[in-house]
Design a protein around this ligand. Structure first.
Ligand code: GLU
Length: 568
């Protein structure tokens, strides 16, 4: 009765559309030679970041060191998506102990933040104001990860990024597209960096040098993260986020004390099961892992992926997936926030009995009537990368400055952008009778995220590690990857390339990529689903896996961006 969207759309030739955009695929697909066991694989959304990771692995670093080098390189080559002015979540699997841990380097609200600080303005106004800038966590987070689990020093892993920022690199298509955003040119420093003297944004192939950023990384390499969190650079961050934006009341409130007090947090991952596989994923303050596990549990009773005639066009599987995601999004909106600020009722949210009851609410043919309002749509921000080293240590990391170009505020003289992550808090406080206001702005707390770096241990052995950018669409992208890999048993490359759809909120507002066939969209609309074509690609999944039988390792970079996967 059910078959998956992914199978049903094969006949619509999406592979041809996407194939041209693929830069490199590391050894996945028919006809490629088998890989020897224990190879290292790096998959990121930019070839130069992938090469930075490979260089560190070749020099004796492990996956954690490589991840740090990738992150700093991405700050240079994909400055619109992540960097030391932002935050990140790392899922780290340690081969030696078999443990999987989470490093939470999410931004925090300043001590002077208040629940109503965003209420008087709309999302866009808030998002380019200093008030939206959270205390950055990325640098402290990667340093913590390296100190705990790495083999190399921060100084070593910064070298590829220093060289890239100093010597420059050619602008890639995804960066060129991002550079067309007005947010890349909100202040004289960003215009000088990212535009030609005549005001045109840099184009594909133009050379981008970032000498200020090279000096910043060199300072950090010689003095350590204190050079960022204290002293002159910290003062420059504080001054930069005091930009008001259009409204003088939206001046940022971060102080030197906020920066000096930033600490990453090591957490345990959420663990769930789906069709025999074990899923390890992100806990709060991300909602991504909770929603992923809830949706999978609600879907387990449906025979997804079991229809031999995979070309049959059945909207039912997509419909039940949309419904499962809607139910999860309703919980996300109400209950998930920073666990330091609110008691997130994980036991209830993930209880088998509750989820079974939830699942029974889903009607395969009709839309559930849930009286909930749509939420704001988000764009293609953020980045995901995945690494495994030869020993089998794995890092799956989603990293962000929130919107494309973050707040648009570049720290003058230091060359990095500041995030606008605090807009992930509730814009208008929700706390009141019957509502914990789980994601209301609170001093020192982390805004709720959707980021969901994930590791799947397959029942038959072997594993997959992946994640995606895309705000709330992350949850759908990661869920669909899980379905493609576990229900459909698709090869990684096919799973990543398949057209995606994404449920944005509990009201069921759903966007679909252009390659999803019109007939399917029409059939889903008949079931009551609220679908809209997405103008932009959804997500960017960087996937690494290990074969259960041969233990060969492979990686895929999403053709939706400029990515590259390499193994050696
Ligand atoms: N701020 C988002 C989150 O933490 C990430 C940004 C994005 O992916 O668009 O969920």
């Amino acid at each position: 009765m059910f078959c998956l969207l992914q199978k049903s759309v094969k006949k619509y030739n999406y592979l041809a559309r996407l194939a041209a955009q693929t830069l490199i695929l590391a050894g996945v697909g028919a006809g490629l030679p088998a890989w020897s066991a224990g190879e290292a694989v790096v998959s990121t959304s930019h070839p130069l970041a992938t090469q930075a990771g490979i260089a560190v692995l070749k020099a004796g670093g492990n996956a954690i060191d490589a991840a740090a080098a990738i992150q700093f390189a991405l700050n240079v080559v994909e400055p619109q998506s992540s960097g030391i002015g932002g935050g990140a979540f790392l899922l780290v699997h340690l081969a030696g102990s078999g443990e999987t841990l989470v490093l939470d380097a999410r931004e925090t609200a300043p001590a002077a933040a208040t629940p109503d600080q965003f209420a008087a303005r709309g999302f866009r106004e808030n998002s380019i104001s200093g008030l939206a800038v959270g205390v950055p966590g990325t640098l402290a987070g990667f340093q913590e990860a390296q100190q705990r689990w790495g083999r190399q020093t921060l100084t070593q892993v910064l070298q590829p990024a220093i060289a890239l920022a100093r010597d420059g690199f050619a602008v890639t298509p995804y960066l060129a597209q991002a550079l067309r955003s007005p947010r890349a040119a909100l202040q004289p420093e960003t215009r000088a960096l990212f535009r030609h003297p005549d005001g045109r944004p840099l184009q594909v192939g133009d050379w981008l040098r970032q000498p200020d950023l090279a000096r910043t990384f060199t300072l950090i390499a010689t003095q350590g993260p204190a050079a960022f969190y204290q002293g002159a650079m910290a003062q420059a961050i504080v001054t930069a986020q005091q930009r008001a934006g259009p409204d003088p009341a939206s001046v940022g409130r971060m102080t030197l004390e906020d920066l000096a007090h930033y600490r990453p947090v090591v957490r345990k991952p959420l663990v769930g099961h789906y069709r025999g596989a074990t899923i390890l994923t992100m806990p709060p303050p991300s909602s991504g892992g909770v929603a992923l596990l809830q949706s999978l549990a609600a879907l387990e009773r449906f025979p997804l992926g079991s229809v031999p005639d995979w070309q049959a066009l059945s909207p039912n599987a997509v419909h039940v997936t949309i419904e499962a995601l809607r139910l999860a999004m309703a919980d996300r909106a109400r209950w998930v926030g920073d666990p330091a600020a609110t008691a997130v009722p994980l036991d209830q949210l993930l209880s088998g009995t509750m989820l079974a009851a939830r699942s029974r609410m889903i009607d395969p043919h009709h839309r559930l009537s849930l009286p909930l309002a749509p939420e704001a749509v988000e764009g293609p921000h953020t980045t995901h990368f995945t690494v495994v080293d030869r020993d089998g240590n794995v890092v799956s990391c989603t990293s962000t400055v929130e919107n494309l170009w973050g707040s648009g505020i570049l720290v003058p003289g230091y060359g990095f952008l500041l995030n606008n992550e605090l807009t992930d808090f509730n814009r208008v406080p929700q706390a009141g009778p019957g509502d914990p206001g789980a994601n209301d702005v609170r001093p020192g707390m982390r805004p709720r995220s959707s980021m969901a770096p994930t590791l799947v241990l397959r029942e038959e052995g072997g594993w997959f590690a992946y994640g995606s950018p895309g705000g709330p669409t992350i949850i759908s992208s990661v869920l669909e990857m899980t379905q493609d890999l576990l229900d459909d048993r698709l090869p990684g490359m096919e799973a990543v390339r398949l057209p995606r759809y994404a449920v944005l909120d509990a009201a069921g507002s759903t966007i679909v990529e252009p390659a999803v066939p019109e007939g399917l969209v029409a059939a889903l609309k008949e079931s009551g689903d609220r679908l809209q074509r997405s103008e932009r690609p959804i997500g960017s999944v960087q996937l690494v896996g290990e074969d259960p039988v041969t233990h060969d390792r492979w990686g895929v970079a999403d053709p939706r961006r400029d990515g590259m996967a390499i193994r050696f």
